[in-house]
Design a protein around this ligand. Sequence first.
Ligand code: GLP
Length: 258
Amino acid sequence: MFYVFPTPAAIAEYVSEQMVQRICHQNKVVLGLATGSTMKPVYDRLIDKLKQQAVNLDGVYCFNLDEYVGLAADHPQSYTTYMQEYLYDHLPFVPGQLFMPPGFRQPSTQECLDFSACIQQLGGIDLQLLGIGTNGHIGFNEPGTPFDDRTHVVRLSAQTRADNSRFFDDKSEMPTEAVTLGLQDIMDAKEILLIATGAHKAKIMAELQSCSVDERLPASILKTHPNTKILLDEAAAQYLDPEQCTKYSSLLKHHIYR
Ligand code: GLP
């Protein structure tokens, strides 16, 4: 389940290739996409590959994991802006292919559930990308979130607000709430790739490896998913038990469509 790569670039190469292969070989692909600094190298490589190979994107649908509540869509730190800047503006998508959780104002419970239902109507997520917060959150599912939640509004923890406020010039603009896919929506994905890079993720990744499945560490639910890979660079893997890790090279022999 834990695969160690030499660098973030090597992870980006592997993950972008998985995405391209799916897009090329499936008539319809539903992607679950994440934001954060971890994903930037992945999207850079994905854009390069899709352009170089002139891949047809007509059958691709993209759903984002999360969005802040209360930021305008065009706010520089909204996840809508992030996705446009780092992925969507570089590729010939049309609006009907791209879905963001409804975060610009406080969404109703029904609007949140409609987002989960929309994913299901399109056949469910084929490939879900995940980063991880330093407290073990995935999406914005903070510690203590019930494993069976669907899309919902969350109050961000102090740790998450401290971690993410680094992106805000004016720290007072850091939102207190967000809307996120629930852990049940994430677990419904057919395949999940969680990426963790950098020494600041080493402690939580060691906890994740050794812990049992417990709502206090949201990412621990992934241990019960039948098709999840956790991809780490050496810095994030430094405290892991090497006996429970697999070298990345074993994965390269098993690209899904080769
Ligand atoms: C945010 C996002 C998560 C992301 C996490 C890690 O809190 N809601 O989806 O996985 O940050 O971000 P980074 O990649 O910048 O470390």
